[in-house]
Design a protein around this ligand. Structure first.
Ligand code: NIG
Ligand code: FE
Length: 413
């Protein structure tokens, strides 16, 4: 393929030069005025001022992909935590919760995670694939070019395999990249007659080898919470996962603490949620290499507190921001809107929010080939119709990208 020069963009924010950890001010953001990007196949070859790139290229060998009007170019967003593989809906839960019903009352009325498990088990693999495709394409349209997707509504070897195969099949078909994670440890399945430890042992013995064999995922997640799994029960499961070479990630401190300590002890790549984290958890997370992932979509969906992102950043921690898109606690599924709102409640700079949905999210997925725009990395980026990058978060998700490129190709919506 011929190389392409894409631009000029009124402003281009490569998101380079900022560390993964700690607070960052907008003044530290590099903004290239009238920027451009040279792309060959799926890779960025050069980045800089459009007029300089024009001088650098051989015009016979370069296609000019002109961008008209005002535009701000950002790296493709990365949503490092979603549950977009599911059957059914939980609109009933949402209505009941807003009408003041408790978690227990909703669960007794047939709602909660188990309801989605039942509906996901009823769905065929093709129906699941259809749902993932629609949701992932909507994210892509909003500038999200990489999406993590968890299983966790199957809760048996057979049903978890169905979910992970569906995610893999869709990843092979669509433009966005899907990064799968096994969340068989989402809750103790109601139809499993043994103990929580026996369930986890069965999953680790029967499912883990198949995940490797079919290359379904390299990541293992667990929900550490009262009513889900305790630190003690999860320890042998995570130990086995690590021995087999899986990367660990944790649903931690959502309603009660304990999960972030598990994440640090097992050297997890990320600890996600953290709404209930106190000074103690913030300190151990900030001192560790674990990426702390805020999930504002769950706070908005449940009407709960936000992750203390400000305190985590000020303590020197790394904050990624993800949508947690799922039918129960985070039905909205709009990363940019949620990240903007988290920013207003947690007093985050543009630089911190945009880092959280680009390279800091890439770090939470251990992806070194994306998240910033620089030569040698994937040509994943989007253009918003404005001349000032500050408009993007100011408009709280209502300003959508006009164009999105994935692997160097402009997506045709
Ligand atoms: O990340 N916290 C646990 N799991 C999901 C909720 C899943 C559901 O309610 O269906 C979460 O918020
Ligand atoms: Fe989640």
């Amino acid at each position: 393929m011929k190389q392409k020069l894409i631009g000029p963009f009124t402003q281009l924010l490569p998101m380079t030069g900022i560390t993964v950890n700690g607070a960052v001010k907008d003044e530290q953001l590099l903004v290239i005025e009238n920027g451009g990007i040279i792309v060959e196949n799926n890779i960025i070859i050069a980045i800089g001022q459009y007029k300089d790139l024009l001088k650098q290229i051989d015009i016979k060998d370069t296609l000019l992909e002109e961008v008209k009007g005002d535009s701000v170019c950002l790296p493709g967003f990365i949503d490092s935590h979603t549950h977009i593989c599911f059957g059914g809906t939980r609109a009933n839960d949402y209505a009941m919760r807003n009408a003041g019903k408790t978690y227990l009352e909703i669960s007794k009325a047939g709602g909660g995670i188990w309801d989605t498990v039942t509906q996901t088990r009823k769905a065929s693999i093709l129906e699941l694939e259809d749902g993932i495709t629609k949701r992932a394409n909507k994210h892509l349209k909003n500038g999200v070019t990489t999406i993590e997707v968890k299983s966790g509504y199957g809760l048996s070897v057979y049903e978890e395999l169905k979910m992970l195969r569906a995610i893999k099949n869709v990843d092979n078909r669509i433009k966005a990249d899907l990064i799968s994670t096994c969340l068989a440890a989402h809750m103790h399945p109601k139809d499993y007659s043994g103990t929580a430890s026996e369930y986890l042992e069965e999953i680790s013995i029967s499912l883990f080898p198949l995940l490797k064999e079919e290359r379904l995922t390299t990541r293992i997640d667990a929900f550490i919470e009262e009513g889900a799994f305790t630190a003690e029960v999860i320890a042998p499961y995570f130990k086995k996962a690590k021995e087999m070479g899986f990367t660990i990630t944790v649903h931690a401190d959502q309603f009660s603490t304990g999960g972030s300590k598990v994440a640090v002890d097992f050297n997890a790549i990320s600890a996600d949620h953290l709404e209930a984290s106190t000074a103690e958890e913030i300190e151990i997370l900030a001192k560790s290499t674990v990426i702390a992932t805020a999930l504002p979509g769950a706070s908005i969906g449940l009407g709960c507190a936000f992750t203390p992102a400000r305190k985590i950043l000020d303590a020197g921690g790394a904050i990624a921001i993800a949508s947690d898109h799922n039918p129960g606690s985070a039905p909205m599924g709009d990363l940019l809107t949620q990240a903007s709102i988290l920013g207003t409640f947690q007093k985050l700079s543009n630089a911190e929010i945009l880092s959280g949905i680009t390279f800091r999210a890439a770090a939470a997925l251990n992806l070194k080939d994306r998240g910033v725009l620089k030569s040698g990395l994937l040509a994943d980026f989007s253009a918003f119709p404005t001349s000032n990058y500050k408009e993007i978060l100011y408009q709280q998700g209502q300003l959508k990208p006009e164009m999105v490129w994935k692997n160097g190709a402009k997506i045709d919506f």
